[in-house]
Design a binder for this molecule. Structure first.
Ligand code: X2X
Length: 333
């Protein structure tokens, strides 16, 4: 089978960092890729899931974990997932929108006030809507989304305290029309760069800033190349566990169930890990040299509204998706 050969070629280029070898060759040996460093809670919980799946399938299913963009940058790995070169991929819904446009509905600026609202929405109707779009787009998606977090803006040069500070700001954004649009609405100069190149882009000064949740900034050591961190909470972002449909359908139902149950359980534990980290991350990162400031988020949201951001995206997502979002957050945007 063509995709097995392709998989073997990819495997030959990179050895998974995390690997529990089954006693005998497993019947199914599938790869999972993500962009997060090895010590991010996602990879710690994936390593546990790998072991539980191997045991739960009596050694039939061997999961190989490729963290840190080891198999390529996100937009490349999305291609590998579609072709079957990679069987599973953890990806931000907002980046996934390059393939499934309405998958990015959770990324609308300032939509979510807090984590309670996020999990109710993503485990409820909004998540179900997004998963429906993803399945219609030809991919498999697990029920539980993993946490990335509320995104904050960093800069090497100056704190962002008002929307005006974003004018002309050279900021890296992930590859996605929604991200570009959001920062264009602020008058910034957004550059679409995959996460695999972010540290270097900041180090060499191709961009002055970036935006990410604190957990990512900590484990990817972005504090080495950034100074100011503005707590804007401008977007909540997660990671869907996506699967290649043919590879998924090749698994017997009992194996599918063990894999899905363990991925979903790992996601729920990973959310709790990030919640725990969030209690101390600000202090932690201050210790690493970050200088924090708070902002008035309403001023930023008002600026987006003035620039026509919400009107534009309501049109792009359509009335159905927009209504599900507004119901989930309990207000009009
Ligand atoms: O690329 C990013 O900035 C990251 C790690 O947050 C995502 O995967 C969207």
């Amino acid at each position: 089978r063509r995709n097995i050969l392709l998989g073997a070629a990819v495997g030959a280029l990179a050895t998974p960092f995390i690997r529990v070898r089954p006693a005998m060759a497993a019947e199914f040996s599938y790869k999972v890729a993500n962009n997060q460093p090895l010590d991010h809670p996602s990879n710690i919980r994936l390593a546990e899931a790998q072991k539980a799946i191997l045991e739960g399938t009596d050694g039939r299913f061997d999961l190989q974990i490729f963290p840190s963009n080891q198999l390529g940058a996100d937009t490349d790995v999305l291609g590998q997932l579609r072709s079957g070169g990679v069987e599973f991929f953890q990806l931000s819904p907002v980046i996934l929108s390059t393939l499934v446009p309405n998958a990015s509905i959770n990324g609308v600026g300032f939509a979510f006030p807090d984590y309670d609202t996020v999990w109710k929405a993503m485990d409820g109707d909004l998540g179900a809507y997004a998963r429906g779009q993803i399945e219609a787009g030809g991919l498999v998606v697990m029920d539980k989304i993993w946490d990335n977090g509320f995104r904050q803006i960093t800069s090497s040069k100056k704190p962002i305290t008002t929307p005006a500070d974003l004018e002309g700001f050279k900021i890296r954004v992930p590859v996605s029309p929604l991200w570009t649009s959001l920062f264009t609405a602020f008058g910034s100069a957004p550059a679409s760069i995959n996460f695999a190149e972010v540290y270097t882009a900041l180090q060499t000064g191709i961009v002055d800033g970036q935006e990410n949740p604190l957990a990512i900034m900590k484990v990817a050591k972005l504090w080495e190349v950034q100074k100011y961190c503005s707590l804007t909470n401008h977007m909540w972002d997660g990671f869907w566990m996506l699967g290649n449909r043919r590879a998924w359908q090749a698994l017997p139902e009992d194996v599918q169930k063990v894999v899905a149950d363990n991925f979903n359980a790992a996601a729920v534990k990973q959310r709790a890990d990030i919640a725990e980290m969030n209690k101390t991350l600000k202090t932690d990162l201050e210790g690493n040299g970050f200088v924090f400031n708070d902002v008035d988020p309403k001023a930023f949201e008002d600026k987006l509204r003035e620039a026509g951001f919400y009107a534009e995206w309501k049109k792009t997502f359509g009335d159905e998706a927009w209504a599900i979002l507004e119901t989930a957050i309990g207000r009009k945007l």
